[in-house]
Design a binder for this molecule. Sequence first.
Ligand code: SF4
Length: 428
Amino acid sequence: MITKVHDDPYLLWQEKYSDLPFEVVYKQDILRLGIAFDENSFTDTDYKKKDYFIFTFDRVPLESMRLGENWKAPEEIRISGGPHGLLPTVISVRINPESPYKVGVNEEGILSLFLNGSYIANVLFPPIPEYYNHDYNLDKPVGEIAPAIEWGYLLYLTVFRNCQYFGKDEECQYCDINHNWRQQKRSGRPYTGVKSIEQLLEALSGVDKFDTTAKAYTLTGGSVLTSLKGMNEVDFYLQYAEAINKKFPSRWISKIVTQAWEKEDCQKAKDVGVQIYHPNYEVWSPELFPKICPGKERFIGRDTWIRRIVESAKVFGGENVIPNFVAGVEMAQPYGFTDFKEAVDSSSEGLEYFMSQGIAPRFTTWCPEPYTPLGSSEPAPVEYYLYLLQRYRDIHAKYALPTPPGYGPPGAGNAVFSVSAFMDVLPA
Ligand code: SF4
């Protein structure tokens, strides 16, 4: 739990990292620490709330949210203006009632962001997508079946809400997918373990009809190790991709997040219309990978995982293979790096390896979720993220790679990707 006084990162870092858009400093700091809400933030209820699209991402258990933040908090906030004249910056909401960053209403009635009580920026909550306002032949809200995130840009289709890597000896040590499932069920959220194709197509019919903001969908869920509904992982996930792309050809950019598959299976994905492939490698360090992803190490292995990523580029094209890493988790204690530069150097080695082959990874921001094995570790320091953003931007430029497709517009003031600032630092 964060209790210590937190200094304004603007004052701490503006000179040293003056080549970064300053909005990213607040963005990364808020993502790693989480954010608190004053009760008065929730007075106007006309905004899109957090749909818990796959993990909690929160810094505290749902049970300890005394204001009911899990039901009331927005999916994201967009900060702008304030004493530093910030450009509009979209940030995913990770609830932490003890965070030094707090959203509340100021004396003039304006929704604002405060840091240790000092005004930092104005705040907007995301609009409710138009398709949320219609009736469906579903026994759940449409936002459970096909939620929109990233200010409406991305439809996040978690069709399997558990992972067959189960328990602390197999689950990725930062991941709360299975804990999230248990918490949400206990709290009474109408969650669906395995979504049906019919449910998905019904929800997407509404998006197709009423929505003009979403430009991409991500199909994902937990890993399938044995079988699910009688299918292996490839067949299980591709049945959805095939059905969506057949019914709504070219309606959205089609993205899939799964384990690293062999080339033949990637070809099957491509054949049913998948355009962008995310075989997330999570952490680059060969020493840390087995510790942080013990299940993946045992079932597939780091070397095989990396080989498959590289080979998948022959199927999708390098620019369409975008493996994620969980930035900051390489500093998780007890076994992670203690020096932020060494941690970034390690991750940059991975960036060099992939980017030199035309593959641009992306990253999300690790925030220690309470029920995970790494949940009691401190998050990585904000300077880790600033240094990483510099390295990411520079290596990306060195290999003259295109803007990663399926992430919306790049550049400070434009980016909508909300769980890290990598899109904010790429040229607009
Ligand atoms: S493979 Fe790892 S990161 Fe992915 S859902 Fe399973 S435990 Fe979580």
